[in-house]
Design a protein around this ligand. Structure first.
Ligand SMILES: Nc1nc2c(ncn2[C@@H]2O[C@H](COP(=O)(O)OP(=O)(O)O)[C@@H](O)[C@H]2O)c(=O)[nH]1
Ligand SMILES: [Mg+2]
Length: 355
């Protein structure tokens, strides 16, 4: 349901520590082969406000599933395919990059070098995609011999994308056209997935160290997002109760915890927005893509609502808060009826009329 985000990175870059920080799940450390997976609620102050107004029996914030994917440089074959299976399964990747030096904490490499790590992870993702494309081309071969037009086009696209990957360009950097994307949709290429970066540092005082600076530049060149995280500190903080937590965060010079920053970055990067349904039964946040039309957004709630879509009633969260109640919003003529072409906006409160 919610967004699925996978943590990747070289062994001992701090994935599990960060996983614990974002989830407070306290998954066991040092267990490289185990997969940790957890669903966390997204903090959203709008939900809190809606709950005050509706006193619903049930509260359902938007969710994020975080998957701690072990060892990107797995040697053994079985583990490698399992790893990539799990990478395929997520909608976004968070690449944790070790930017702290500490001889007491062994690392996969002898040196700390974020740019090398970026390249290493990309190579691993691209190697997986190469074999995925290879498989698809093999499957297409039979149809090609019979001259199937769709197959010819798809194979052309796959070959072009594979060639660029072989030149070292991940699919996400290939500026693929809608048609090309359609040809590889079922491949679920891992180097196509949006990638966010997290620089893992020892203390906030290190936020300007040379590793972070190098990483910042590379991430900027790629047009991606970088979050700076003190994985270890945040993991400790996440074990505190909420009040103590905010005191500690501000002492460390952090406004928001890792999870909030992580989600903000993930949402922006993926072009995701939240809309709401409200009532005495349930106040609930839903996630859709920016630009999704009303029927598509309705389909997130129930597939029947997409199929039998008639109209959507929409009010703005801001209007509801400003006017104080749904009745007042209606009286002010600010509850609108929208049709199939309406693009759902972040903060819309909707109800769907359907067959
Ligand atoms: N000093 C310091 N050590 C860290 C930090 N983050 C992780 N570590 C240590 O690095 C080691 C590997 O971390 P882990 O999260 O298990 O790495 P993973 O292999 O990427 O999951 C552990 O000993 C952690 O305690 C950090 O921010 N500062
Ligand atoms: Mg780990």
């Amino acid at each position: 349901m919610g967004l699925r985000c996978g943590l990747v990175g070289l062994p001992s870059c701090g994935k599990t520590v960060i996983f614990n920080a974002v989830t407070a799940a306290r998954a066991p450390l040092y267990n490289a082969a185990e997969m940790n997976r957890v669903i966390v609620n997204l903090a959203d102050e709008r939900i809190d406000r809606l709950v005050e107004m509706y006193h619903p029996r049930k509260i359902s914030p938007a969710t994020l599933e975080v998957v701690d994917i072990p060892g990107i440089k797995a040697e053994e074959n079985g583990r490698r395919s399992r790893l990539l299976g799990n990478v395929k399964d997520v909608e976004a990747l968070l690449h944790v990059v070790r930017c702290f030096e500490d001889e007491r904490v062994p690392f996969a490499c002898d040196t700390i070098d974020p740019l090398r790590d970026l390249e290493t992870v990309d190579l691993e993702l691209m190697a997986a995609d190469e074999s995925t494309l290879e498989n698809k081309l093999n499957r297409l071969a039979k149809k090609l011999r019979s001259g199937d037009k769709d197959a010819v086009r798809e194979a052309g696209h796959c070959e072009k994308i594979r060639a660029a990957i072989q030149q070292g360009v991940p699919a996400r950097k290939q500026s693929l056209t809608a048609l090309e994307l359609a040809s590889i949709r079922e491949c679920n290429l891992v180097s196509l997935k949006p990638l966010l970066y997290a620089a893992n540092i020892k203390t906030m005082a290190d936020a300007g160290n040379r590793h972070v600076l190098a990483l910042k530049q590379a991430v900027k060149d790629e047009g991606a997002e970088l979050i700076i995280i003190c994985g270890k500190d945040e993991a400790d903080i996440s074990e505190l109760d909420p009040e103590e937590r905010s005191i500690f965060l501000s002492e460390l010079g952090l406004e928001k915890s890792a999870i909030v920053r992580l989600l903000g970055a993930a949402y922006r990067k993926l072009g995701l927005i939240s809309f709401f349904t409200t009532g005495e039964d349930e106040v609930r946040a839903w996630t859709c893509c920016q630009g999704d039309k009303a029927p598509v957004a309705a389909g997130k709630i129930h597939t029947d609502m997409e199929k039998g879509f008639i109209r959507m009633e929409v009010m703005r969260y801001e209007d509801l808060v400003e006017l104080g109640s749904e009745a007042e919003v209606i009286r002010a003529g600010k509850k609108r009826l929208e049709g199939r072409d309406y693009e759902v906006k972040d903060g819309d409160i909707v109800s769907v009329l359907f067959n």
